[in-house]
Write a protein that binds this ligand. Sequence first.
Ligand code: TRP
Length: 476
Amino acid sequence: MTTQREEFGSRIGFILAAAGSAVGIGNLVGFPVNAAKNGGGAFLLIYAIFVFTVCLPVMMAELAAGRKSNKNPLGAYQYFAPNQKLWSIGGWLSLITPFMIAVFYAVITLWVLGYLVAIISGDLNLVANPDYFGKFINSSKVFLYLAIITGIVWYILQSGIKEGIEKGAKFMMPTLFIMLVALVAFVLTQDNAAAGLHFYLVPDASKITPAVVNGALGQAFFSLSLGMGIMITYGSYMSRHNSIPGSAKMIAICDTGVAFTAGLMILPAIFSFNPDINPEELSSSSVSLIFTFLPKIFLALESSIGYIGASFIAASFFLLVLFAALTSLVSIIEVPVSGVMDQLGKTRKQALTIIGGGMILLSVFCALSFGLVSFFTEFAIYGGGIKSFFDLIIDVFYETILPLNGFLICMLVSYRWKRSEMHKELEKGDDNFHGSFTERYVDFSLSTFIPVILFLIFLNTVALKFFSFDVIAELF
Ligand code: TRP
């Protein structure tokens, strides 16, 4: 290698960037509403257990594989399993998956920007009408917002790891935390907020079914940016003086902390601004909650703090979501960008041009798949329905391939890389890791039950999504 690989400048910068990747739209609305509907405190407990027992070891494995190989995910697979075609499929999957996720995530992010702009321009009353969403996503404005989002991400990524990703995260993440806490404080002072807290936190063990447990694990795994190649890539930019186990714990705590805190804002808000709500009817999809449900909730504030006050709260919320989405988008696009840089020997700018060009094209196809162009709107038929191009990407890459990628990385680090070598990597920068309980647990779990669980989740999702066969319902 001729040039030195870029590196994060500080431990806190690295943690904020990785936590920024993990904290996304799903943390802010999807998680709280799912938790509330699926057993409240009981769900939260199961989720936290999965984060620490299943997801953390996988995160450590990804970070270690990246830092050891000094490469993007494909390079990492080739490093540990040289000249092995079958393994390089895993590497390719870990480059293509983030690319495709970035495509649809960019579309959702541009919607958030569009709503933010509309609210700031005084249109909260229009936005609060549930029909607005359908009109907005099929308007020509989306192309303008796509261009703006692409421009922001481009600017951050072309500045590199330290000056771009790290600086961006150091600004956006603390701002996000502060806004979140301020919104929680505001919402909790409203009437009826306690009913929301009650619904969110009081455990209801009767709601815990096998399907809920499966959902909690899936949610924890996705939320932490696992299986997306992100932690491998970020690991390759991590200093050897930093502790991988310690950083992984911090990232998990931040991600789970933000998701939990968001619930202290979302559920009391739903209850106090709209007391007649039947929570069981809330959609579990983050997209429909953010765009068709929450704006209505914010508008209801008009009676207590006026239209401007309500718009201010709504705009703060959408800015918060925008920051969360941007830091995730940046991290996920960095994966294929680093792939093109390493594998094809391109400069950062050239790699960005190649990946950015492809992404814009596919994002436009997604944007056209809500009715504008019937070829994309009715793109495929499976799982008992007609699916758009956008649905197909989400179902294949976001829902299905991620656990498979997680399975493959566990197998790679446990069975292609000498386990003792992986432990040496985990011990670098961490004096206390050697011989610790965590070390023994990570070694055992990654080579035994974690890959089994991830593979079962993968099979279950394939059966459910593509063959409408619900394995869990059949078994239990
Ligand atoms: N937690 C994220 C979310 O809530 C999921 C996610 C993690 C993600 N990493 C990502 C999404 C990177 C897009 C890009 O949305």
